[in-house]
Design a protein. Structure first.
Length: 165
């Protein structure tokens, strides 16, 4: 973990966020589209983390009033994750969304999400999307110059209600 760095949040273009994800995300590739992206920057506008927010991948959540943090990556700078989760929720609320969700691996603690005021909704799937009736090729993630298979372990869903039900 990097020492404390004073941080602030800035808007970020998808191509720049995807470049950061390609360099720093542990198990996912960059994404094709988004609703908005944010960068967490320090001194001299050096990027220490990014959040990419898009449509929810779960069809039942895709109501037009729900968004999902589909990628979040940092360089290990202290508080960058929780700052990005909090900023993503505030931005989504201001844009009129009712709910924001994200999924983390079951092996991850969720400390940054707790710090940002999100609620753990429990286990939510995992595994491969490939089925005998519709096989999906494995898309290897390029991380630090080497290829890694995407994580297929169980996931945990976290959410934050942005407006009263």
């Amino acid at each position: 973990m990097t020492d404390y760095v004073p941080l602030r949040v800035r808007p970020c273009e998808l191509r720049d966020a995807n470049e950061f994800v390609a360099l720093h995300h542990r198990h996912h590739n960059p994404v094709q589209q988004h609703r908005f992206s944010l960068a967490c920057v320090g001194a001299e506008d050096r990027v220490h983390g990014v959040a990419i927010v898009g449509r929810p991948l779960a069809r039942m959540l895709d109501t037009g009033l729900v968004v999902e943090v589909i990628r979040l990556a940092t360089d290990g700078t202290r508080n960058a994750c929780s700052m990005l989760y909090g900023a993503a929720a505030r931005a989504a609320r201001e844009l009129g969304y009712d709910l924001i969700v994200t999924y983390v691996l079951a092996s991850e603690s969720g400390t940054s999400l707790k710090a940002a005021g999100w609620t753990c909704d429990g286990e939510a799937g995992g595994g491969s999307w490939s089925r005998p009736s519709r096989p999906r090729p494995v898309q290897l993630a390029l991380i630090d110059g080497s290829r890694h298979a995407p994580a297929t372990e169980a996931k945990v869903r976290w959410s934050k209600r942005l407006r009263s039900a």
